[in-house]
Design a binder for this molecule. Structure first.
Ligand code: SF4
Length: 175
């Protein structure tokens, strides 16, 4: 098994890669840069609290969080027909790219750590919708390069987007 995500070279450049970096890559590069620098600008806001509420109240039977310390906390894993990585998200799944990137990374990480192929399922319980995600190493490696380019550079200028409302960096970006 060749290690790419977990290689020393990757860790030196990026620090430990967390799933949220992949989420932020597709939602807000400014937030990616700020969180990579460990800048913590706030406490839980209503969006995070809603996410926690969904975490606490859905898929109670299935949930057995699988934690790869410093890298990922996968909501739950199932083995109906092969290994499945499941993530539960708030919202209607109208802009799923950040969630797909996050799960794609988990699938690759899971492969590197266990040698087992997995697929992913994203759940949007508020609208009873699911999305399937397949293993795609090339996209994950391309995402890693994009993340690396962002964090090596200066902080990207913020652009006002819907998720600014309630983001922990809102005051820092827009006050
Ligand atoms: S407030 Fe908006 S621009 Fe600033 S980090 Fe958050 S999402 Fe990005």
């Amino acid at each position: 098994m060749s290690l790419t995500i977990l290689s020393d070279e990757t860790s030196i450049h990026l620090g430990r890669l967390g799933g949220l970096f992949f989420y932020d890559l597709y939602s807000c590069p400014t937030r990616l840069w700020l969180s990579h620098k460990n800048i913590d600008a706030g406490k839980d806001n209503e969006h995070i609290l809603l996410g926690k509420h969904i975490d606490d109240t859905t898929f109670k039977q299935e949930r057995k969080e699988m934690v790869f310390h410093g890298f990922a906390a996968i909501d739950f894993v199932k083995k109906p027909n092969g290994m499945e990585i499941h993530e539960v998200k708030k919202g209607k799944g109208e802009h799923p790219e950040p969630h797909i990137a996050q799960v794609r990374y988990y699938i690759e990480l899971f492969y590197e750590m266990t040698g087992k192929e997995a697929t992913g399922v994203i759940h949007y319980p508020m609208v009873r919708k699911t999305l399937q995600v397949k293993r795609d190493m090339e996209s994950v490696m391309a995402d890693i390069m994009k993340i690396e380019n962002i964090i090596r550079d200066n902080c990207p200028k913020p652009s006002r987007i819907p998720i600014c409302c309630g983001c922990r960096y809102e005051e820092m970006c827009w006050a």
